[in-house]
Design a protein around this ligand. Structure first.
Ligand code: JFZ
Length: 446
């Protein structure tokens, strides 16, 4: 399938998400908690495989980490006053959306509110928002509109913890202090009120990407209630596992039997091969989530390997950029993203709308499949001789190098033996397509 064909199956306008919003049946679960409906459709998101994560706010004026530097590198009073000079006059939402498109991304997740409590949209429930900055423009609105115009699904990151809000019990630095008179019920009403603003005035949203759920004031009960609440406002919205307490650690997987929203969220690492439950690794293009001057940036090689390793494990990649206080994304970062996009122009058929496997990831690389094709992403060839993989119980009827070049695949008792002449190998990822005599989706992982 060509990349444009795959993109055609993504919702072109967010309206498509709204009509798709029929709540499915809920799975049988232990206990007597009210049933939690599953979203009708995660397939647009799974098929997209690559999204853009954007961490942004007044803290970009300092170049320190969003949320976490409050009360550490930046004194609390100073951090909380940054919004008064937040004026990103070169911000053009169309540039960001076009960049996401050029990078081959299918969705964009914006920090509508991070742990510091600042809101990138004009909220009726607080003055600590974009409306009270010199900039005044509604960043969420402009970006949601620009994404829709580009066929990028707009999604919202939203922090459950709020280290500035007086009703939320914990404060900076890093949730290590206590507020004098917290009120978690009132805070939860505030949280829900803001989510209603986002879902009702900017929606439909593709994903609600919750975070900050690990702190003690947030409970499983509040988490599952919040999940149901969001789904009641927009039945089609996808919600990550950080909505409640089921996530185990930075590996991001959900504990067995626990409620985990709709998908798992490994952080700063590629998730394990896991075809039975959707997941998405969030990984920074540089090192910090928010913009930092001269932050070390990953190479194209690293970015592509990370992306295909996610796809081979049957997961997504949410690649993060932190825009500058001018409103622009650094040119070198934008260039890197466009390089990823141009790699995907040639190799996207082995990424988009594929599923992971059937060959398990190994030192050699990883594999994906769609319909009657298996794709091998060969990241490291054996020092000598052919690549030998386990046997397949289907016949390989053709083999080729994606992007051009001969490949040879023979099937014997030894397994699946793959040969590509050195001149046909690629520096980052030699992608092979093996066409089978039947569907690849029924082959068990090996
Ligand atoms: C969380 C955020 O804190 C971070 O700023 C970013 O938004 C990321 C996507 O999600 O990551 C964490 C979560 C927990 C810890 C550190 C970073 N922790 O407990 O140290």
């Amino acid at each position: 399938m060509k990349r444009r064909d795959v993109l055609r199956i993504l919702p072109a306008a967010a309206g498509g998400l709204a009509v798709a919003g029929v709540a499915g049946a809920s799975p049988a679960r232990a206990g007597s908690r009210p049933a939690v409906p599953l979203p009708a459709d995660l397939s647009w998101w799974r098929d997209a495989r690559l999204g853009m994560f954007v961490h942004w706010g007044p803290v970009s004026l300092r170049g320190t980490e969003i949320g976490w530097s409050r009360g550490r590198e930046v004194p609390v009073e100073e951090y909380d006053a940054l919004y008064r000079r937040f004026d990103p006059s070169f911000f053009d939402a169309r540039d960001w959306a076009r960049l996401a498109k050029d990078a081959g991304m299918g969705y964009l997740v914006l920090t509508t509110k991070h742990h510091d409590g600042f809101c990138l949209w004009p909220s009726g429930l607080t003055d600590y928002d974009i409306a009270t900055t010199p900039f005044r423009r509604d960043v969420v609105r402009e970006l949601a509109d620009a994404c829709r115009d580009q066929g990028i699904v707009f999604c919202a990151y939203h922090s459950i913890c709020d280290w500035r809000h007086p009703d939320y019990p914990l404060g900076s630095p890093g949730g290590k202090t206590r507020k004098p008179a917290p009120d978690m019920d009132r805070y939860t009403a505030y949280l829900k009120g803001q989510l209603a603003e986002l879902l009702q005035s900017y929606g439909p949203l593709g994903i609600l990407w919750f975070d900050g759920e690990w702190e003690e004031p947030w409970t499983e009960e509040r988490g599952e209630d919040l999940y149901r609440y969001c789904r009641s406002l927009q039945p089609s919205v996808i919600v990550n596992n950080r909505v409640a307490k089921g996530r185990q650690d930075m590996a991001g997987t959900t504990a067995a039997g626990a409620f985990g929203g709709d998908y798992d969220t490994p952080e700063q690492r590629v998730g394990r091969f896991q075809p039975d439950r959707p997941w998405e690794s969030c990984i920074t293009l540089c090192e910090q989530w928010a913009w930092k001057p001269d932050d070390a940036m990953k190479t194209l090689d690293e970015c592509v390997r990370t992306l295909v390793t996610c796809a081979g494990g049957d997961g997504n990649l949410l690649l993060n950029v932190g825009p500058m206080p001018t409103g622009e994304i650094e040119a070198r970062q934008a260039d890197r993203l466009r390089e990823i996009g141009s790699w995907l122009k040639t190799h996207g058929e082995a990424v988009y709308a594929t599923r992971g496997g059937p060959f398990l990831p190994g030192e050699w690389g990883t594999s994906t499949h769609r319909e009657r094709s298996v794709y091998l992403h060969v990241l490291r060839w054996p020092a000598q001789g052919p690549l030998v993989l386990p046997a397949l119980e289907r016949r390989i009827v053709a083999a080729s190098v994606v992007g051009g070049g001969r490949a040879e695949a023979t099937q014997s008792a030894a397994g699946t033996v793959v040969r590509v002449a050195p001149e046909n190998r690629r520096p980052i990822d030699t992608v092979l397509r093996l066409d089978l005599d039947g569907p690849a989706g029924t082959l068990a992982p090996r």
